[in-house]
Structures are given as structure tokens and as C-alpha cells.
Design a protein around this ligand. Structure first.
Ligand code: TRP
Ligand code: SF4
Length: 326
């Protein structure tokens, strides 16, 4: 029997290529090897977006189109929406009863996020409880593995602690989930900072080939290479962090010495990159467009996935209630 995997993403809108190579590509890759549950963590969005929820619905749609367009297969994986499976909330409530506040307060992401998002009032009960809801998401399906990046490891540690405490208090109901660590290459954006929606320096999965080419041509290179005749250095070139992902090795073997010897110009070099990116992304973008043209696709798929998820969560919650002698 395949091990069960559960992972979620907060709906932040359309995904950029950093999300793709960091998380989504890995989800797609493991679909055949695990019994996968992937969900839209829309309740988690409320922890930071509670004051303005108007964008969440559209964000879900854009994100799910990216998921399926770029290879998540609802026939292989259960793809669903957290808020359509109310058991997440019921288990969250029960877990919140047994979770010491100190575990949450000492979670490094707690203070960090509050500082990073200082424009928002994150002194809420729900924001503090983010890791509890995440624990509920995971153990509700008795997941064995959780594909996460390094940034989520503290949360997963809280999940494991809560799981042990539940099992200690009420009997062995849940397996202790383990991380399925994925190396996440931190992609640089057009301006050399980390690729991030809020910096406006991203290339989106849903960008057209023309938009992609335009963005790539505007991308920073080696800042020391001012004139075409100056030698460049791929290792410090911003664009080159994308070459490494998209341009075949034989071509890189030509570009690297040509750059160092000023035998190739940055415009030409970035055109090669843009062409490789567009070639690789084209079939996924076409699929995404096809799905986007079907107005009911996202809602229907999430409804179906959520029904399938509920079949599991229903039996697990029955076990939980029995363990609590309710
Ligand atoms: N916290 C995750 C993030 O911000 C999203 C998430 C919510 C999640 N619940 C989860 C991830 C359960 C893995 C498992 O990206
Ligand atoms: Fe970067 Fe290519 Fe320009 Fe060299 S030639 S600095 S690798 S864009």
C-alpha cells in the first residue's frame, strides 16, 4: 500500500515559476508514488486576510488552474478545498484543547510573520493557532508524509508534538507524520531579489510567451558587465539562475565561456533563455488555458475532490470521537 501524503497551499493567486520549481513540480512528481491529498488551505488565508476576504475566491481559481494545468492530476490525487471539508475545523477545535499556548508562542514563524506583516493586526487567536489547524489538516487523513519546504519545518514539528500528545491522552489513533523534504531552489526575480509576488519581479506560470520574453529581456545580469565588450560572470548573473533550470547543459557549456570571453551579448543570451522557457512551459500553459475556458471546471473539481476527502475524514473523525469517549 502506498504511503499517504497530505499537503496544502494558501491561495495567494496565480503562481510564479518559483512556486512551481519549489513546490508544485514536486507534488506532480510524487503523484504516482504516494496516495496524495492536495488541498487549498483557504481557512489558513483567513489568518492574515480576515479583514478583506474579497480576493480569496479568485485566488483559489487562479492557483487551482495552475495546479492542474501544470500537471496535478485529479484522477491520481485527491485535490480539494479545506473549507469544503468541515472536519478540518472540528479536529482543529479538539486539538486546540490539548495544545499548550507556549508551543505556539515559541514557534519561530509566529513572531517572524507578525514582524514581516506589521501592517496587519496579527495578534489574533486564529493566527497564533495556525499550526494547530495545520496539524488537523495533516492528521485528519492519517498522513505518513508531508511534502514541505524548510520554512514549514517548525510547523510540522508542532504537528508531531500535538500528535504525540493526542495519542498519549486518548490512545494511538494517529501516525506521527514525517516531512518529505524537497530541496527548494530559491529563484531570483527579475531584479535580483527573491522572486515574490509582492516585489513585482515574478514570471508567472500563466504569463504568455511574449510576456515571458519581455520580462526575461528586462532581467538583471552581471552588474559588472556594463558594455558588450566587458567579460561577464554567469555565477553572479541574475538571469543565469534561470538558465540553470531551463537551458540544456550542452548549451550552457557554450554560454559560460562565451560570457566570460565577451563573445556573447546579454540580449542574445537572454533570448536563448526565454526561448527555452517558453518551449518548456508551452504545453502546460495550453492546458491551463483550456481549463480556464471551462467556467465550471475549478468548482466542480474541488467539489468532487472534497467529497472524496470527506469519505476518509469522516471515518477518522468517528475514531477520534470514540477515542474521546464522546
Ligand atoms: N502552512 C502552509 C504554507 O503556508 C500551508 C498549509 C496549511 C499546509 N496546512 C498544511 C502545508 C498542511 C502542508 C500540510 O505554505
Ligand atoms: Fe548573464 Fe548571459 Fe549576460 Fe553572461 S551573457 S552576464 S550569463 S545574461
Amino acid at each position: 500500500m502506498k504511503q499517504r501524503v497530505v499537503s496544502g497551499m494558501r491561495p495567494t493567486g496565480k503562481l510564479h515559476i518559483g512556486h512551481y520549481h519549489g513546490v508544485l513540480e514536486n507534488w506532480v512528481r510524487i503523484q504516482n508514488d504516494f496516495d496524495c491529498f492536495f488541498f487549498v488551505a483557504d481557512w489558513h488565508s483567513l489568518t492574515t486576510e480576515y479583514a478583506d476576504t474579497s480576493g480569496i475566491k479568485e485566488s483559489i481559481r487562479e492557483m487551482v488552474l495552475d495546479w492542474v494545468g501544470f500537471g496535478l492530476d485529479p484522477a491520481k490525487s485527491v485535490v480539494f478545498r479545506q473549507s469544503l471539508v468541515p472536519h478540518h475545523s472540528e479536529l482543529n477545535l479538539i486539538l486546540s484543547m490539548i495544545t499548550p499556548v507556549s508551543w505556539l508562542e515559541r514557534c519561530p514563524t509566529y513572531k517572524e510573520m507578525q514582524d514581516n506583516l506589521s501592517a496587519k493586526d496579527l495578534s489574533t487567536f486564529g493566527f497564533l493557532g495556525y499550526p494547530v489547524l495545520m496539524a488537523a489538516d495533516i492528521i485528519l487523513y492519517k498522513a505518513g508524509r508531508v511534502p514541505v519546504g524548510h520554512d514549514q519545518l517548525p510547523h510540522l514539528e508542532v504537528t508531531r508534538e500535538i500528535t504525540r500528545r493526542f495519542n498519549y491522552l486518548y490512545g494511538n489513533v494517529f501516525p506521527e507524520p514525517e516531512a518529505l523534504l524537497t530541496q527548494t531552489p530559491k529563484l531570483l526575480g527579475l531584479d535580483g531579489r527573491k522572486m515574490s509576488k509582492s516585489y513585482g519581479n515574478s514570471i508567472y506560470l500563466s504569463d504568455t510567451a511574449e510576456e515571458t520574453t519581455k520580462k526575461v529581456l528586462s532581467m538583471m545580469t552581471d552588474p559588472a558587465r556594463v558594455r558588450r565588450s566587458d567579460p561577464g560572470e554567469p555565477d553572479v548573473c541574475v538571469a543565469f539562475n534561470l538558465h540553470r533550470i531551463y537551458v540544456p547543459q550542452e548549451k550552457l557549456d557554450e554560454i559560460i565561456p562565451a560570457c566570460r570571453g565577451a563573445a556573447i551579448g546579454c540580449v542574445e543570451c537572454k533570448k536563448i533563455l526565454a526561448d527555452c522557457m517558453n518551449e518548456r512551459l508551452a504545453p502546460f500553459r495550453a492546458k491551463r488555458e483550456e481549463l480556464a475556458a471551462r467556467p465550471q471546471f475549478v468548482d466542480d473539481m474541488l467539489a468532487d475532490g472534497s467529497n472524496r476527502a470527506s469519505l476518509i475524514s469522516d471515518t477518522v473523525m468517528a475514531e477520534v470521537r470514540a477515542a474521546l469517549k464522546f
